[in-house]
Design a protein around this ligand. Structure first.
Ligand code: PEP
Ligand code: MG
Length: 311
């Protein structure tokens, strides 16, 4: 009997180290889904909805005006399902729209954007969404459609919440769009110091998870603009103040059985990985090119902790 050539018998996905902490991947554009899935990541920790909209070169408002709300929903559904397909049944966390007004201004319809002195402290993320429920509801309908189509691996994430009230209002709109928050996995980003400080109240709203957006959490905690090169040397995701907020949130969430994760750029830094594994974070989501290194760093750190515990 002939044997299979060895090359053929090799698994397609690289052998990844087994770890207790999940290692996921961030997907910026749906086109990257296949490459992302091939990393062997445990799921997608962040899929940003804005690329599905911004790639049409229109603001959401202009898109809906020109093509109708149904087409807007479809744009999101098609973008999300290509990733959800690639990863199924691994979970894919889809985040509702979060682009600042200066980014929207570049697009068709951008002339209608409010002028803001400081867009990063302004009208973005859940703030804009809650203020414009007529647009937001279509993003939420996209989730409803995805679940109808059988993509039960899709999870819902809300950006830039400040407090329990933001979360409660988003949850209500989600229900109004036909999604049962009790049946689906949903959560919020922790990226303002405020949300970290009142996380005890936020978990009471029934979130399944929180995810640290360390790009913003660092910017707002240290008052260092993430896009300002004059203060770039002060942008430090490992600053004790940032780590203190993260550590406190992880502890509170553990008490309430709420999962914690990170999807900011800092997730690919070994020192951050070590810190998070030691704190007991549930998952770490890194960029495609960093996933493999993060998998190995998590493994190393978990083994070290295990050895320390039996010593
Ligand atoms: C973050 O703030 O860390 C994050 C992941 O969100 P974004 O970079 O899209 O603001
Ligand atoms: Mg952010």
């Amino acid at each position: 009997e002939e044997r299979e050539p060895i090359e053929e018998a090799r698994p397609k996905t690289p052998v990844k180290p087994m770890t207790a902490t999940e290692v996921k991947v961030n997907v910026s554009i749906p086109e990257a889904a296949e490459r992302a899935a091939a990393t062997g990541a445990d799921g997608v920790g962040l899929l940003r909805m804005e690329h599905m909209i911004l790639s049409t070169n229109k603001t959401p408002e202009r898109y809906i005006e020109d093509h109708g709300a149904k087409a807007y929903v479809e744009e999101i559904v098609q973008g999300a399902r290509s990733v959800a397909d690639e990863f199924y049944p691994r979970p894919v966390r889809l985040r509702t729209l979060d682009a600042p007004t200066d980014e929207f201004r570049q697009l068709e319809g951008g002339e209608d954007e409010p002028h803001e002195h400081n867009p990063m402290l302004g009208y973005r993320g859940i703030r804009r969404s809650l203020d414009r429920p007529d647009v937001f509801k279509h993003e939420l309908e996209a989730f409803s459609r995805l679940y109808e189509m059988g993509y039960d691996n899709v999870e819902i994430m809300f950006p830039l919440v400040n407090d329990a009230d933001d979360v409660a209002r988003a949850r209500t709109l989600l229900e109004e769009a036909g999604v049962d928050p009790e049946k689906r996995t949903w959560g919020v980003m922790i990226e303002t110091p405020s949300s970290a400080l009142v996380v005890e109240d936020i978990v009471q709203e029934g979130v399944d998870f929180v995810s640290f957006g360390t790009n913003d959490l660092t910017q707002y905690t240290l008052a260092v603009d993430r896009n300002n090169e004059n203060v770039a040397d002060r942008f430090d995701e490992l600053h004790p103040a940032v780590l203190k907020l993260i550590g406190n949130v992880v502890e509170t969430c553990r008490e309430h059985d709420v999962k914690t994760s990170i999807c900011g750029q800092a997730a690919s830094k070994p020192d951050m990985v070590d810190f998070l594994v030691e704190e007991g974070v549930s998952s770490i989501s890194a960029n495609i090119d960093a996933v493999r290194d993060v998998q190995h760093e998590v493994k190393r750190k978990e083994q070290r902790l295990l050895l320390d515990s039996v010593r």
